[in-house]
Design a protein around this ligand. Structure first.
Ligand code: HEM
Length: 446
């Protein structure tokens, strides 16, 4: 294609002019801007984005088929994570390195044995939060407490027994929060810019790396138990991944697992607080399946309505509201040619609000996820964990974590919104409530 052909092919894709920044700010973030663009221009839209030569967003599940095969993300959008990674940015490493890394991750994260092995500890960590809430006697900030809970769960999972020794648990959690606040602050320009945050984050990052090294050394001393495929660090070491890559992986897993799972549970409880009849139906299912017991791993498959509620919440409040790929060669999306190098956005939240697939998309209706309508729907109409070779490796673990947290909390409490407290979804790497989600609790009598 000549430059002129390329220019006219590109401009045949509908989309706005301008520089993009003002429009994105006015919409309240890229996730909202994508909703507007698709409502106005249709399911394939090109749009201006500073620093990105060509950006297109595709909100039709059928048209996503060719995009789903791509195993490359654009460097520019994930550049902010590079300083966290010594061995190369795991979000954007090329397919040759990514494929074997993903295989090791899935062999542990997606496996039933690792979920079962950590289940009782996850339940105990959740019961600690519930006990604290029961004693607190005032409104609760869901997002803050549940994000911290999911960070504790992923530390227990990824770092194992070594994480719990001495005062390490609290320090690891605090250090990780420090690092994340600094890097997200830089990305969203909420950083104070005084440099002090940067220095603290450097120190916190060095502490985290030293901790993972320590745990790695302990893993080398204690030989791996034959047949045990539930330990992430051991699996990475056994696959020959170098120490720096293992440290990076642990940090990336903590990052990817923590706010996502925390907000998924927070938004679900927020919706249930507004729909008490649906909350009661979940509580009735819990009473029937569990009686007076705390949940065990084998119970989850019988908590089918709870799962439908979680799925519907992640449709409406998609924790990761969009993803991105880079076209590695010239390709077509529907009738539009897409040149190599184009950044292709996957607007997960806009796809979840596409009325062709989701009638009355604003309505909270967990029955959409009953077996029959789910089987009839296009496989890319619902993408809370993304798709294809770059889809979320932690999806199965995340569902286990979120379901068990919801089961423990809904068994114990009714939730009611705090009147007058504004709940505004904004993008902070995940779909975040700007001033948290505040609720009142009352104990459920069993
Ligand atoms: C409810 C919780 C979670 C949600 C909604 C979620 C969602 C996502 C999404 C949308 C992506 C991008 C996918 C794409 O580009 O197609 C992603 C990537 C990723 N997630 Fe998750 N995630 C969750 C929990 C987790 C957990 C618990 C882990 C690990 C234990 C994890 C590990 C990862 C990793 C490593 C990636 C990068 C994938 C790659 O580039 O190969 N996530 N996640």
């Amino acid at each position: 294609m000549t430059a002129t052909d390329l220019g006219s092919a590109w401009t045949s894709i509908p989309g706005p002019d301008g520089d993009g920044l003002a429009e994105i700010a006015a919409a309240g973030g890229l996730h909202n801007y994508q909703l507007r663009l698709h409502a106005e221009y249709g399911s394939v839209v090109r749009f201006p984005l500073p620093g990105v030569p060509r950006a297109v967003s595709v909100a039709d599940p059928v048209l996503l088929e060719p995009v789903a095969r791509i195993d490359a993300r654009p460097d520019a959008l994930f550049e902010f994570l590079a300083p966290l990674q010594e061995s190369g940015n795991l979000q954007t490493m090329d397919a040759a390195e990514h494929v074997p890394w993903r295989r090791v991750l899935l062999s542990v994260l997606a496996g039933r044995s690792s979920h079962e092995r950590h289940f009782a500890e996850f339940v105990a960590l959740t019961e600690d939060v519930a006990d604290r809430w029961a004693a607190a006697g005032g409104p609760i900030a869901l997002q803050q407490d549940l994000s911290e809970l999911s960070l504790r769960m992923i530390c227990a999972y990824a770092l194992g027994a070594g994480w719990r020794s001495g005062e390490r648990a609290g320090r690891v959690v605090a250090a990780f929060e420090e690092v994340l606040t600094e890097y997200l602050g830089r990305l969203y320009e909420t950083d104070s810019g005084d440099g002090a945050g940067g220095v603290r984050a450097e120190g916190a990052l060095a502490y985290l790396r030293a901790t993972v090294d320590d745990i790695l050394a302990a893993h080398r001393r204690d030989a791996r138990i034959p047949g045990d495929d539930s330990d992430l660090i051991a699996a990475l070491a056994a696959a020959g991944q170098p120490p720096a890559r293992i440290r990076d992986t642990v940090l990336m897993i903590m990052l990817a697992a923590h706010h996502t799972t925390g907000v998924a549970v927070s938004w679900t409880l927020y919706l249930l607080a507004q729909h008490p009849a649906i909350a009661d139906r979940v509580a009735a299912e819990l009473a029937e399946v569990l009686g007076d017991r705390t949940p065990e791993y084998r119970d989850l498959k019988r908590l089918t309505y709870l799962r439908m509620v979680l799925q519907e919440s992640m449709r409406l409040y998609t924790p990761g509201p969009y993803g991105a790929r880079e076209a590695t060669e010239d390709m077509a999306v529907g009738r539009y040619p897409i040149p190599a190098g184009t950044t292709i956005f996957l607007p997960f939240r806009a796809i979840h609000m596409n009325p062709e697939y989701w009638p009355a998309p604003d309505r909270f209706d967990p029955d959409r996820f009953a077996p029959e309508p789910s089987a009839a729907r296009h496989r890319y109409a619902y993408l809370p964990f993304g798709l294809g070779p770059r889809g979320c490796e932690g999806a199965a673990l995340a569902m286990v974590e979120a379901e068990l947290v919801l089961a423990v909390l809904i068994r114990r409490f009714r939730f009611e919104p705090v009147a007058g407290h504004p709940v505004t979804p904004i993008e902070r790497f995940v779909l975040w409530a700007a001033d948290d989600i505040r609720v009142h609790l009352t104990p459920r009598t069993r």
